[in-house]
Design a protein around this ligand. Structure first.
Ligand code: MG
Length: 253
């Protein structure tokens, strides 16, 4: 889940820009955590304490009401309404917040069940749920070495019906599960280290913080994160968030 946070922070200053920026600096004063980090922390905290995913999303997002880039309009409506009714979304928010679920459970079926539970408070549409299950399951399979990197495209096609795009062909906006998830997986496929996966996500542009966040979450399950990158990213987090990261690592890593 630290990979997701790092991707979010690195991608934050490029949201809806970022295309073709070779050799950009990973961390600058313009970087910040955004909704992706807040939601990942909320889910990790819920796992640690055995809390309800939806209720903990409301708790953390209410605590941080104005992150850089804000929240999606539908999510904000959900957050601030009294009933918090799921809105049938297929936006990429369900896939972007699921990283810790890929690390916390010891079977694929439990991982899948928890991913569904984490999506449903908002993303009740089958595509929204599928995006979350795909990312969590892929993290689980990579970290437990149950899937070879070279077998990912076929596995993803067979189980989730996503075709992975070639990154140089990617154009346009990517804010749905059906666009962001396969692109983020491909950012990992075309990388040979953690940092490159995140750089790839910024390079394709669009919803860069979320794409980089998902690409970082997947890459973390396969490549080590350089210590320097970890330390720099953690400096952007508030103390309550750092505490959740530390607790999660102590418990599950
Ligand atoms: Mg964001």
């Amino acid at each position: 889940m630290l990979g997701a946070i790092i991707g979010d922070i690195v991608g934050s200053r490029f949201e809806y820009g970022g295309r073709n920026m070779p050799n950009f600096k990973l961390f600058t004063p313009e970087c910040a955590f955004t909704d992706d980090t807040i939601c990942n922390i909320a889910i990790a905290d819920a796992i640690i304490k055995g809390l309800d995913y939806g209720e903990n999303l409301i708790l953390w997002c209410t605590k941080y009401p104005y992150p850089l880039g804000g929240y999606g309009s539908k999510f904000l409506e959900w957050l601030t309404s009294s009933k918090h009714k799921a809105y049938d979304s297929w936006g990429n928010g369900s896939a972007m917040r699921v990283s810790s679920i890929g690390w916390a459970f010891d079977s694929e079926s439990k991982t899948e069940k928890e991913a569904i539970k984490s999506a449903k408070p908002t993303h009740s549409h089958p595509e929204g749920i599928k995006g979350a299950v795909c990312v969590a399951t892929l993290i689980f399979k990579l970290r437990t070495k149950k899937l070879l990197k070279e077998d990912i495209p076929d596995y993803i096609k067979e189980h989730f019906e996503y075709d992975l795009p070639i990154l140089s062909d990617v154009k346009g906006m990517n804010d749905t599960c059906m666009t962001t998830v396969p692109q983020a997986i491909q950012c990992f496929m075309e990388a040979d280290c953690f940092e490159k996966a995140i750089r790839n996500a910024v390079e394709i542009g669009g919803d860069t913080d979320t794409t980089a966040s998902i690409a970082g979450a997947i890459a973390e399950a396969y490549y080590p994160i350089p210590q320097e990158i970890k330390e720099k990213a953690l400096k952007y987090l508030d103390n309550d968030m750092k505490a959740i990261v530390a607790e999660f690592f102590a418990k599950f890593r």
